[in-house]
Design a protein around this ligand. Sequence first.
Ligand code: F6P
Length: 323
Amino acid sequence: MTKRIAVLTSGGDAPGMNAAIRAVVRCGVHEGWEVFGVRNGYKGLMEGDILQLGPRDVGGIIQLGGTILGSARAPEFKEVAGREKALAQLRQREIDALVVIGGNGSQTGANALYEMGFPVVGVASTIDNDLYGSDITIGVDTALNIALEAIDRLKTTASSHRRAFLVEVMGRDSGYLALMAGIAGGAEAILIPEVPTTPEQVAREIHAAYERGKLHGLIVVAEGAYDADELLAYFKEHHPELGFEIRATTLGHVQRGGAPGAFDRLLATRLGAGAVKAIAEGNYGVLVGSKATEIIATPYAEIVGKKKPLDMRMVELANVLTQ
Ligand code: F6P
């Protein structure tokens, strides 16, 4: 049966959202459906800012950061009246199902719409990587690499001047970005909301690093743990014994902008295709995400002489996406 589906991006944008939109449109068209894009998230949905999208409309966007559909935070959608408006727009256009590409708040909104009786499928997308139901979400890998590049750069100048740097990274209430960037960047200290740490503990660690002869002291700070500028002021006033001179850098929205890396393009493509599959199966009220990233040890007896096969589902997906 011909379906009419709509797709929107909501909340904070994430590198890879465009790749997900492209996959939803092209896989939807491949199913023989009509696909519509909603501009500016739930705000545009309530206003009826909806346009039909074909394969050509999503050409040349896979490498673009941000979202071609636009995104917005829409407090009105949190109210039943706001969602009724959205439902009226969807019904007026005879839309059968909605794909919501976004993070925590967006998926909460999607679930509220689903509970009001509308078929909704979510796609896990946020640089914060705090969505239950997906090991990794769209945008995380790119944001992490941006944070890492900044850390690497700060480390070289820090070493030249024998300085400590507080580097504040995004993540809202989640310490994931900070923890991973800190580990990959070889930080001397990592401050995350999940593990309460006092400035005094950090001061001790950084002073000890100085005493061990280190040339730099990189302290990665999750925005959900501390404000780097406030921490800088605190250290300057209360901890003159650090050894290192100290500076602070807040990375901010730089982490959300720019082109998605290969990992995010592929993840977003697969999740977008997964959303279309869920709709085709009538599987609504679900978040499409990715699972299983455990580190495992496999006996040689099970691996030697065997060649890991290519995932042929990816070959099929590649054929669908070349529209
Ligand atoms: O949820 C993504 C995120 O970038 C968070 O890491 C950050 O706290 C927040 O969005 C910033 O929101 P805004 O773009 O509205 O300032």
